[in-house]
Design a protein around this ligand. Structure first.
Ligand SMILES: [Cu+2]
Length: 187
């Protein structure tokens, strides 16, 4: 009897652990600064700049360089809403270099995220949680400080990080859009 109970408990433990392991993945997003030849201002970017995850997954934003945040485009940040309805106005603090900040994405849909100090230099990214949806599916039309400021709007309008392409590829590297962004003119 004891042996049977033990075997049953083991089976239940395997089943529970198995479902948890499949349901919750962690994904790293790096926050970078990179010099550009012949330009006084470097590039500020998330890598990858487009990422597909599943609901319940966690993204860890890693500060490979200083002075970055990962912040939702949300009305309570006085920005265009570009996260699914009902998502709170989440934001990291400024992440110290070498440290990280994590957020778990529960609501399905499309999330656009910006870096507080570097938005106007184009530091923004897109995460698709499960399947695309919500206001971030609309192209950016307000490039002002209360919309998607300056180069960040241009980055989020790049066809390479359209949500359907993120879903197809799983992740999109900054290297795939960097030429278009440089052509548009870093400051
Ligand atoms: Cu930044």
């Amino acid at each position: 009897m004891h042996a049977i109970r033990l075997a049953l408990a083991s089976l239940l433990a395997v089943a529970a652990f198995g479902s948890v392991a499949v349901a919750q993945q962690n994904h790293d997003v790096m926050m970078h600064i990179e010099e550009v030849d012949g330009r006084p201002v470097p590039m500020f970017f998330f890598e990858p700049v487009g990422l597909l995850i599943e609901p319940g997954d966690t993204v860890t934003f890693v500060a490979a360089s200083p002075h970055h945040t990962a912040t939702a485009y949300h009305a309570q940040h006085v920005k265009s809403q570009r996260v699914p309805d009902g998502v709170p106005p989440f934001s990291s603090p400024v992440v110290p270099i070498g440290e990280s900040w994590s957020y778990t994405f529960d609501v399905p849909g499309t999330y656009d995220i910006w870096c507080g100090p570097h938005e106007h230099y184009g530091m923004a990214m897109r995460i698709v949680v499960g399947e695309p949806g919500g206001p971030a599916e609309e192209a950016v039309t307000n490039f002002g400080p209360d919309g998607v400021f300056a180069l960040a709007g241009l980055v989020l309008n790049q066809p390479e990080i359209a949500s359907a392409r993120i879903v197809a590829n799983g992740a999109v590297s900054w290297t795939e859009i960097v030429e278009a962004v440089l052509a548009a003119g870093l400051p």
